[in-house]
Design a binder for this molecule. Sequence first.
Ligand code: PAF
Length: 273
Amino acid sequence: MQIHATIRSLRSALQERIALVPTMGNLHEGHIALMKQAGELADKVVATIFVNRLQFRPTDDFEKYPRTFEADCEKLEAAGVAHLFAPDEAEMYPTPQQYHVEPPPAQAGILDGEFRPGHFRGVATVVLKLFNIVSPQVALFGKKDYQQLMVIRNMVREFNLAIEIVAGETVRAADGLALSSRNGYLSQAERAEAPYLKRLLDGVRREFLAGERDFARLEDQAMSELRARGWIPNYVAVRKKIDLQLPTAHDSELVVLGAALLGSTRLIDNLEV
Ligand code: PAF
């Protein structure tokens, strides 16, 4: 029996704090690190696995997105996750979704949003639904998807949702490659080349720290270097952390982001400055 001498202690004991970690499955160490972080912040962790059609374009890889449900369940059990919500499409979208969260183009139409139109609308819509279904006090998202994290933070703030958004650090392989479900699409040769993206972003970061403030030059040079090694870059960008808008020479809270195709696999990464 717990004995409570204060109202605060009684109330907090009666309120179970729930942490939500939304995923699309195909779980790797990055997801598991988020689950463990969630376990430190709450009494119960609720994970979700739902491959959300709304955030894929017709030309994207929705059908071929890896589905590894059994292996995912084993990993979640081992990480101490209490509940897994794994709905099918009929459960999440019993009728076609007609109401959507439309993040502002200045935040969702840039960087990844420029190359994946409608992506963040689909993400924000499903995340709001998951928030309403699970009613968590805290929700965790990885920094690897930096723009997604920013869009969700702003959605929560502007809709006054009583949910704390916590960011998880990007988990990397020993050679620096950020863990991602999409890494599984890489051929052996592509996998060997893939860590170059992080090294490149690191180079941009170092130049910035050494005093370079010509962001356009830094970005152009990095894109050329990617092209020279056979990548098809979407963008390399130095942006403000807070809203991913263009920095001035005086801003210091920055992040270097990059996205590029290696063969047919689109990799993204970022490094905070
Ligand atoms: O980051 C993801 O896996 C997805 O975008 C999310 C947040 C689970 C929404 O479908």
